[in-house]
Design a protein around this ligand. Sequence first.
Ligand code: C5P
Length: 289
Amino acid sequence: MLTIQTPAKINPVLEVLGKRSDGYHELALVFQAIGLYDRLTFERKTNGVGLSVEGAVDLAADDSNLIVKAAKLFLREILKDSVGVQITLLKKIPLAAGLGGGSSDAAGTLRGLQWLFEVPVSEEKMHRMAAQLGSDVNFFLAGGTALGTGRGEIITPWQGSVPFWVILVKPPQGLSTPAVYQSGKALITSRDKVRGFQSVWEQGLPASIADHLFNGLEPAAFYLRPEVELIKKRFIMEGALGALLSGSGPTVFALAAHENEAQKIASKFENEGLEVVVTQTVSTGIEKL
Ligand code: C5P
């Protein structure tokens, strides 16, 4: 038996460079792992893939679940279906939130099975399987801070870390990633935001970093869900260093330098039916427990 934790992410920069002929969008984006985790437990069995889900009522445990897809892919490609696995998911990362929870679980499943069965699999092969499962899955094999290019699946880790407190506020209703991309409202830019962010990130000055947050999907998410823009404006009013839509939303994250500031900002959103989480950036990724 093996238990792992697998983190959520935010994107301090997400640039949409254009639409591709395969229907995806070409991106340049920065991924940052945060200390909010799903937990996965793996147990060998003779054949097939079983999944039970704890902590989230709304998540199907059938073949549509990315964990089941990841497990079936790994067992077929690496172990020729000679064994099976029973997986338990304890869901803590909000669903359809723009925090990468499903992708993180998929990456956690690939890594978990690699560790459980102690099979040698090259990182190149792990990344090929990850890319088959979704555009965000590759990042979670790396963790920490990383640049993503292509449709987001080509990962270049960034060394070092700039620690922040992170406040997440999510409206109750999720937002569909395809709906955001296909709204026609994304802002197209040309990598200058990522370049600008990278240079301030390397200098490590929190206030400059917070000034360089950018997400080209904001106009699309704000158009589909106007209340999301109001959350961002309130974060700024309440004194956050910076605030931004997370991925394709609808979660908005804000940055703070100290825990007491983060807790103070979070307290302003209490009792409004919003999901509020205070956490920190982390320089790690999937870990055994
Ligand atoms: O790759 P993933 O399955 O996570 O993508 C979900 C959907 O998000 C895609 O079907 C597509 O509509 C949109 N998407 C996109 N361009 C990307 C990533 C995702 O258009 N780079």
